[in-house]
Design a protein around this ligand. Sequence first.
Ligand SMILES: Nc1ncnc2c1ncn2[C@@H]1O[C@H](COP(=O)(O)OP(=O)(O)O)[C@@H](O)[C@H]1O
Ligand SMILES: [Mg+2]
Length: 232
Amino acid sequence: MQLEIDDVHVAYGRTEVLFGVSLTVPDGSLSCLMGRNGVGKSTLLNAVTGLLPIRRGTVRLDGRDITRLGAPQRALAGIGYVPQGHQVFPHLSAMENLLVVAERRRGRDRSAIDEALDVFPTLRKLLERPAGLLSGGQAQQLAIARALVSRPKLLILDEPTEGIQPSIILEIEDAIAALHAAGGMSILLVEQYVEFALRLAETYAVMDRGVITQSGSTEAVQESAFAELLAV
Ligand SMILES: Nc1ncnc2c1ncn2[C@@H]1O[C@H](COP(=O)(O)OP(=O)(O)O)[C@@H](O)[C@H]1O
Ligand SMILES: [Mg+2]
């Protein structure tokens, strides 16, 4: 599913944060959005997923204008969102976190949960555990698995490696690569871990203070140039 973000403006009250962002995630591709803290990456994702109103500009999914749809309608249209900060329902078990989505979406069909758990097999041993007692990395895997239960056609991930131990970062990288290779899904990845993002993505964009300052194919890109661009 192709995502087209066209000239999007977003503000918090009177404070403008996005000043005309345009970005396309082609069907089936994996694109990464990079940029320093506070430049507006999460704001853009929240605007695309319907959690923040868009002042001006358009968001389209496969050509369909979804700018005025609410978040639930956008999820139904095929967007799966994993917000920043490995958010799970802490008082529900890991399995209950997955069931919440499954029961809302697909009756009692458990095959979507099984498929999501195939992506993160280590979660299978933790299903009865309260999600609040999982490690940060496990909770992030659970948050991604939960988004997968709705079988999204566009998966949006906000800094999935943030604050997570290296061994689990590798598992998450393998999982994202496998999801991408399996096809049928576009992926938009926001990431500050440059090596991770460049290994996974085909195209990239860099955001600075509410605008896209650079974009292109990751093939032509040097990691060192990015490290400089993103340095605080
Ligand atoms: N709920 C909010 N209310 C007001 N300002 C916010 C809110 N969330 C983020 N901001 C501000 O918007 C800017 C962009 O934030 P954010 O999108 O979280 O950046 P990033 O994800 O790139 O780190 C920052 O200046 C931040 O302080
Ligand atoms: Mg952010």
